[in-house]
Structure formats: C-alpha cells, structure tokens
Design a protein around this ligand. Structure first.
Ligand SMILES: Nc1ncnc2c1ncn2[C@@H]1O[C@H](COP(=O)(O)OP(=O)(O)O)[C@@H](O)[C@H]1O
Ligand SMILES: O=P(O)(O)OC[C@H]1O[C@@H](O)[C@H](O)[C@@H](O)[C@@H]1O
Length: 484
C-alpha cells in the first residue's frame, strides 16, 4: 500500500541540554508506541469489516453490536409538517423544532436550543436526567408560534429522539439501553426502554408529545445526509465519542428474524467504538486510561480516537515526560495529575499554534497547570506529543471508514461506478483541522486514487437533529392515517 504521508511536527524539536535529550528520546519512544504504519491500518480495516460480518451473523458474535435500527427507509424529501427533535449527545443536549415543507420547500424553518449537560446528571438517576430533558423540551415547546399550528393543525406534536448511546431497538420508536458510554453512568437506566423513560418524564413535565422515532445520532446523521445527497451510504460521528452507521442489505443480516423490509435495506448502528483487534497499537497510556475509566475493557477503539479521550491521552503523556524526563523540572506540576483537566479543544489549540514562540501553548500551560517560564523546546515537545496522539486517532478513524467501504464491497476498481458518500459529523471532526485532514488523506491513501474517486467524505453539519425530525416525520402516526 502507498506509504501514508501525514503531517508531523517531528524533527523541528531539537535538544539543547541533557534533560531535553531525555525528552527527545522519550518522545521517540512514544512515537514508536503510537505508530500505526500503513500495513497495520490495512489489517485494522480488514478486521473492522470482518467484525461487522460477525456482528450481523449473531447477537454477541462480535464486539461490534451491529444494532438493527428498524429504519428501513430513509427520508424521501417529501416529508411535511412541524416536528421536534431531542439530541442527547456525550457533551451537549439540543432541542429542535423543524418545519418541513416537502420536496420543494425542504426545511422551511429550523429553530434549536443547545445546552451542556450538567455533569452531575451524567452520574445521577434516570428520573433526574429525563426530567431535565423533558423540562427543557417543555420550555422550548412553549416558544412555538402560530406557524407551527398552521403547519400541523390540531395534531399531537411528534418527536424524533436522537440518543447517542447503544440501544437494543425493539422498534423504530422503542429500545432498551444496553450500556452507558463516554462520561455517563446512570445505573438505573440500563436495560430500561429509553422512550418509556422519556415519555414518563414528558408527562411529569406536562408535555403532550409522542416519540415517533428513537435513533442513534449516527442514524440521524445518515438520514440528514441522505436528505441532501442520495449517494450517502454511511455516517460517522467523531465527537465526544465515535460511531458509525450504514445502509446494509436486509438479506445480508443473518441474525435478522423479521420480515424483509419492502426497501430491502436496513440501517445498522455498528457501535464501532467498542471495536478491538490485536492490530490496534495499545500503549501503556491507553491501558492506564482504560483501567481508570467508567467502563474498563469497553469502547477501546473509541478511547484511542474520540474527543473525550484525546486530550486525556496527551495529559497522561505529559505526566510520563514530567516524571521520567523532567519535562517541567524536578517535580511533576500537581495539576497535571488531574484526569481530564486537558480537554481535546485545549489540545487542538496547542497543536494548531503557529506563533513563533508557541504563545498558545504557553497560555494553556499557565491556565490549566499553572506552569510558566517554559522554554521553546519544551513547548515544541508538547506540540509534538499532541501530533503523535492526534495522528494515531486520525489514522485509526480512516481505517474504520475503509473497513465499512470494504464491508460494502466498494473498495475495488470493479465498484468504481457507484458513488459512496460518507456523511461525517461531530465536534472533533468539525473543529480539529489537522485531525480531519490527516484522516481524509489516509482514507485516500488506503483506497488508492481510482477507488477514492468514487468515495466522498462530506461534513453533514448537525445532520442528526434534522435527521431525527425527518425520521419522526416518516414514521408519523398521521402518515398511516393519510395512506389509508
Ligand atoms: N475546537 C475543538 N477541537 C477539538 N475537539 C473539539 C473542539 N471542540 C469540540 N471538540 C470535541 O467535540 C466534542 C463535542 O462533540 P459534539 O458532536 O459537538 O457533541 P456531542 O459529542 O455531545 O454529540 C467535545 O467533547 C470535544 O472533544
Ligand atoms: O455524538 P457523541 O456524543 O460523540 O456520540 C458518538 C457515539 O458515542 C459512543 O460512545 C456511543 O456508544 C454511540 O452510540 C454514539 O453514536
């Protein structure tokens, strides 16, 4: 395979004294530990495709749950009316109102409110979490003006619920929470029907609304992406967590016991964050992060790639350099030991610092760790560490995407006729430029130019919100009535 060429700050860092010599040596060790050469990426991609097959063959057949979404037809573009969407992600929570105007008008109007999820609710009770969501929804519904009433007169409002956690769907509008991921651990919600929990909370909050679709955010993004581009076949989220969904042939799902859908398609939520293979470059930093996480042994691929964890991996690398190479002098600055104090946005800001004296790095060190008077060489070492961690995440994300393309048999010159569009979203993808560029370049390197010509990676901004509203519309209770 072609040599993967990716941006590396690399050799700009030179040593001027003994301790810097040790820092440089250790950075080289870390670079070797994090290395994912091309032949490795090819094996990771092949392992992803194989695990996808295994996960479709039987429940428990793979670390990839390959969850059936019961979404067997994606939006047509004809959807009309006012629909609501709730989008519960790993960091943010949004309520949306979308006025759909059908094929011509498309999205007539979209309003939304976003807020960060109070951290204590991520570790509290199910009722506290869902009451918070329902109360925010009640407040937002109250702002609906005349327009909404005209668009959907005397109808019970309907809602698409985007829920960014693994759910064992029992229908398109019901499903039981399998486990929490990222920073959530609301124990009494595990195993519960998420729609049931929300419906009870909406009643308590006086909201008269029906949940007509419960979808993972990757499915919402896929639906939102397909709404604008018929060639969208998969969606990937690189946000607080990471995941992918794609359109599978219903006949290629041995574990599917239901009737084959008319469309012949079934959207699958791969839950690829839980992917694992021997070909992943596990380092001591990954093992320690996993052991001390809320979900040890779970989501190992996600913990190497996604926004919740990249900054934490850099922090752990800095601790190692401080302890073993005296990066910041004879002691380890106390704040450096605080888990998750270095968030990925901070890492990204340092990584993208183009100032001659790396002033952004200097400011972050002061603001976050109360570390000052660092030399330019130390700051360059920190940027180099950010690059090592980010590049590995980008390379592994690219290998995952190529794995899906392989699973769909679209990685060969024979399939060159078919366009394959991958809808991408998530705050990490959207804001971490070096990560995004490295990932996209790597997909191209791994597929080769001919096949890559038929593959497009598109940013589907906020696809999951619109997508959830579209899926609510296409599964509306009123739709059946009209059809009859
Ligand atoms: N400037 C940034 N640089 C790098 N990563 C970022 C930046 N801003 C946000 N992120 C990452 O994106 C994540 C938020 O992703 P987003 O998709 O917006 O929300 P959610 O994960 O809740 O769906 C954050 O957890 C953070 O890790
Ligand atoms: O949008 P977020 O919060 O980054 O979530 C991305 C993924 O995060 C993973 O942890 C969840 O298991 C997935 O279901 C989800 O799609």
């Amino acid at each position: 395979a072609a040599l993967v060429v990716h941006s590396r700050m690399g050799s700009s860092f030179s040593s001027s004294s003994g301790h810097l010599e040790k820092v440089k040596e250790m950075l080289k060790e870390l670079e070797d530990m994090f290395a994912t050469p091309t032949h490795n990426l090819v094996l990771v991609a092949e392992a992803m495709a194989a695990e996808m097959h295994a996960g479709l063959a039987s429940d428990g057949g793979s670390k990839l749950k390959m969850l059936i979404s019961y979404v067997d037809n994606l939006p047509t573009g004809n959807e009309e009316g006012v629909f609501y969407a709730l989008d519960l992600g790993g960091t943010n929570f949004r309520v949306l109102r979308v006025h759909l105007g059908g094929r011509e008008a498309r999205v007539v109007r979209q309003e939304f409110e976003e807020c960060s999820i109070p951290p204590h609710l991520m570790l509290g009770s199910s009722q506290e979490l869902f009451d918070f969501i329902a109360k925010a929804l009640a407040k937002f519904v109250a702002t609906e003006g005349e327009e909404g009433l005209h668009a959907s007169p005397s109808r019970q409002r309907e809602l698409g619920f985007t829920f960014s956690f693994p759910v064992g769907q029992t229908s398109v509008a019901s499903g039981n929470l399998i486990k929490w991921t990222k920073g959530f651990s609301v124990e009494d919600a595990v195993g519960q029907d998420i729609v049931g929990e929300l419906t009870k909370a909406m009643k308590r909050a006086g909201v008269d609304m029906r949940v007509s679709a419960l979808v993972n955010d990757t499915i919402g993004t896929l639906a939102g992406g397909r709404y604008h581009d018929k060639d969208v076949i998969a969606a990937v989220i690189l946000g607080t967590g990471t995941n992918a969904a794609y359109v599978e042939k219903a006949s290629a799902i041995p574990k599917w016991q239901g009737l084959l859908p008319k469309s012949g398609d079934m959207v699958i939520n791969t839950e690829w964050g839980n992917f694992s293979t021997l070909h992943l470059p596990f380092t001591e930093l990954d093992l320690a992060l996993d052991a001390e996480s809320l979900n040890p042994g779970e989501q190992l691929y996600e913990k190497m790639i996604s926004g919740m964890y990249l900054g934490e991996l850099v922090r752990r690398g800095l601790c190692k350099l401080a302890k073993e190479a005296s990066l910041f002098g004879d002691t380890v600055p106390p704040k450096l030991r605080t888990p998750f104090i270095l968030r990925t946005p901070d890492m990204s800001a340092m990584h993208h610092d183009t100032s001659p004296n790396l002033d952004v790095v200097d400011k972050k060190l002061k603001d976050l760790f109360e570390i000052s008077n660092t030399s330019i060489e130390v700051r360059k070492a920190i940027v180099e560490l950010c690059d090592i961690v980010a590049v590995r995440g980008a390379l592994l994300s690219a290998a995952g995407i190529v794995g899906i393309i392989k699973k769909l048999g679209r990685d060969t010159a024979e399939s060159a006729g078919e366009k394959s569009v991958i809808a991408l979203d998530g705050g990490l993808y959207e804001h971490y430029t070096k990560f995004r560029i490295c990932m996209e370049n790597t997909v191209k390197e791994l597929l080769g130019p001919r096949v890559f010509d038929q593959v497009r990676i598109e940013h589907s901004n906020d696809g999951s919100g619109i997508g959830a509203a579209l899926l609510a519309a296409s599964h509306s209770q009123y739709l059946e009535v009209e059809e009859i």
